[in-house]
Design a protein around this ligand. Structure first.
Ligand code: AMP
Ligand code: MG
Length: 394
C-alpha cells in the first residue's frame, strides 16, 4: 500500500545520452537494434582449411593449398574445387568454399594437404552462417534493462558509441537530531554517532547510485526550513532520517509542509518503521522521512526507496524473492513485520531464512549477521516453519 502510493507519485527521471564506457550499471532507456547481420559474414570458426563440400563428397583426399585467408581480410576466392585455402578462426569463408576442416584432421606437406582417416566434409561444417545470431532491425536489448558487461558488449556490437540511459537521481541524505555526532569527533555520554547517514549513503552507492550527497540538521525549525528549502531546489530525492515521530522535537513533517512538500502519507502499519513519512515537493521531488532508529531507517530504505528509484529510472523491477522460514515466527496482528534474516541452504540448495531478531529498532549490530530481511504480512496466527516470505537483501 505504501509502495503503491509512492510509485503513483514518484516522477520518472529523464533519459540522457551517455558514452558507452560510462554506462555500466545504468538503466537503458532505448531499444538497441542489430546494426547488421551477426555474424556479418559466413565466419570460419576453426583454424584449418576451407574446401568445397562437393569435392569432399566426390572423395578427393589430397588438395593443393592456394592461399591463406586471415581474419580481418576480405574474402578470397577459391579458384578450383580441387584445391583449398588455409583459413584462420574469425576469417571470412572464401568464396567457392563451404566447409572448414580443422587442422587436426589433415597433414600439410610442401603446400599439399592430405586428409587423415574419416573426415566429415558436409556443407557449412565449422562455419557460422551470416545472420545466424541476429539480423539487422531485430531488437537485441529493450529499454528498461540494466546494463551489465554482456549488455555493454551488445551495445558496442550494435555500433553505438553512446546510448540513452536514465539520468542518475540526485540524492540528498539528511540526518536530523541534536544528539548526533560525526565519527572521528569526540563524543559525550548523551550523544550518539550519526551512523544512519553513513548506512543510507552506503546502501545507495552500493546499489550503483552515483549522485549521493549528505547533510546533518539539528532539531531546529529555522535550520530545517532553510536547509531543506535549499536541498529541495537542488535535488531529486531527499532521504531524511529521524525527526518524523510524534515527539516535541520531531519537526520534519511540519517543516516540510511549510515548504510546500505535499504529504502523501504519514505512518505505515509496519514494525519497525511505523512513523515513516512520504511526500512530493513542488517540482516533483520525492521526499522520504524515515524514522531515525537505525534498523527502521535501513529497512525502510531498502523496502521502499530503492524500488521506487528503480521505477523512476524506467527499469524493470524484480518481484522480491520468496524464501522459506527456517522456523516458526510470531506474527503481528495489525502491522507488517520486517524481520532481519540470515540465509542458509538446505540439502537441496534451497534457501532458508533464519531469524536474527534485533533487540530493538536501535540494534543495528544484529543486522551485520543478517543478509537482509523478510516481510511478514499482518495476521492473527503465527507463521509456520516453511512459510514463504518476501525476502529483501541489504
Ligand atoms: P528519531 O526518529 O529522531 O526520534 O530517532 C529515533 C532514535 O534513532 C533515537 O534514539 C535517535 O538518537 C536515533 N537516531 C536518529 N538518527 C540517527 C542517526 N543518523 N544515526 C544513528 N541513530 C540515530
Ligand atoms: Mg530525532
Amino acid at each position: 500500500m505504501a509502495q503503491e502510493a509512492i510509485d503513483a507519485r514518484v516522477t520518472a527521471l529523464p533519459a540522457e545520452l551517455q558514452p558507452l564506457e560510462r554506462c555500466i550499471g545504468q538503466t537503458l532507456r532505448q531499444d538497441v537494434y542489430a546494426e547488421r547481420d551477426n555474424p556479418p559474414f559466413d565466419r570460419v570458426c576453426m583454424d584449418g582449411i576451407a574446401v568445397a563440400s562437393t569435392a569432399m563428397a566426390r572423395g578427393v583426399r589430397r588438395y593443393p593449398v592456394e592461399a591463406t585467408q586471415a581474419a580481418g581480410s576480405p574474402a578470397l576466392i577459391l579458384s578450383s574445387a580441387e584445391s583449398v585455402i588455409e583459413v584462420m578462426t574469425g576469417a571470412m569463408l572464401p568464396r567457392g568454399a563451404d566447409c572448414v576442416i580443422p587442422l587436426e584432421e589433415y597433414d600439410l606437406r610442401e603446400g599439399v594437404v592430405s586428409l587423415k582417416g574419416e573426415v566429415n566434409g558436409e556443407a557449412y561444417r565449422n562455419v557460422q552462417r551470416r545472420g545466424s545470431d541476429s539480423q539487422p532491425g531485430v531488437p537485441m536489448l529493450r529499454a528498461g534493462m540494466r546494463l551489465g558487461a554482456p549488455e555493454i558488449a551488445v551495445v558496442a556490437s550494435a555500433g553505438l558509441a553512446e546510448v540513452q540511459v536514465s539520468r542518475q537521481p540526485r540524492f540528498m541524505v539528511i540526518s536530523t537530531g541534536d544528539e548526533l555526532v560525526e565519527p572521528g569527533q569526540p563524543i559525550a555520554e548523551h550523544q550518539v554517532r550519526r551512523s544512519n547517514a553513513y548506512a543510507v549513503v552506503a546502501a545507495l552507492r552500493g546499489h550503483g547510485f552515483t549522485h549521493v550527497l549528505n547533510d546533518h540538521l539539528l532539531d531546529d525549525a529555522r535550520m530545517l526550513s532553510d536547509r531543506l528549502g535549499r536541498h529541495l531546489s537542488q535535488h531529486d530525492v531527499l532521504i531524511l532520517s529521524g525527526g518524523v515521530s510524534k515527539g516535541k522535537f520531531d519537526l520534519v513533517p511540519k517543516v516540510l509542509k511549510e515548504l510546500r512538500v505535499e504529504e502523501v502519507f504519514y505512518q505505515v502499519a509496519q514494525r519497525p518503521g511505523m512513523p515513516m513519512w512520504f511526500g512530493v515537493g513542488p517540482s516533483g521531488q520525492a521526499v522520504f522521512g524515515l524514522p531515525g532508529n537505525p534498523v527502521s531507517t535501513l529497512v525502510c530504505l531498502i523496502r521502499y526507496v530503492l524500488p521506487a528509484m528503480t521505477t523512476a529510472m524506467g527499469a524493470r523491477r524484480a518481484a522480491p524473492e520468496p524464501v522459506a522460514m527456517a522456523s516458526p515466527v510470531q506474527s503481528r496482528r495489525s502491522a507488517a513485520y520486517f524481520l532481519p534474516v540470515a540465509l542458509r541452504y538446505d540439502d537441496l540448495g534451497r534457501p532458508l531464512a533464519e531469524a536474527r531478531f534485533p533487540r530493538g529498532s536501535g540494534d543495528f549490530l544484529a543486522l551485520t549477521e543478517a543478509d537482509g530481511f523478510v516481510e511478514l504480512p499482518p495476521r492473527a496466527e503465527a507463521f509456520p516453519e516453511g512459510y514463504l516470505a518476501s525476502f529483501y537483501r541489504w
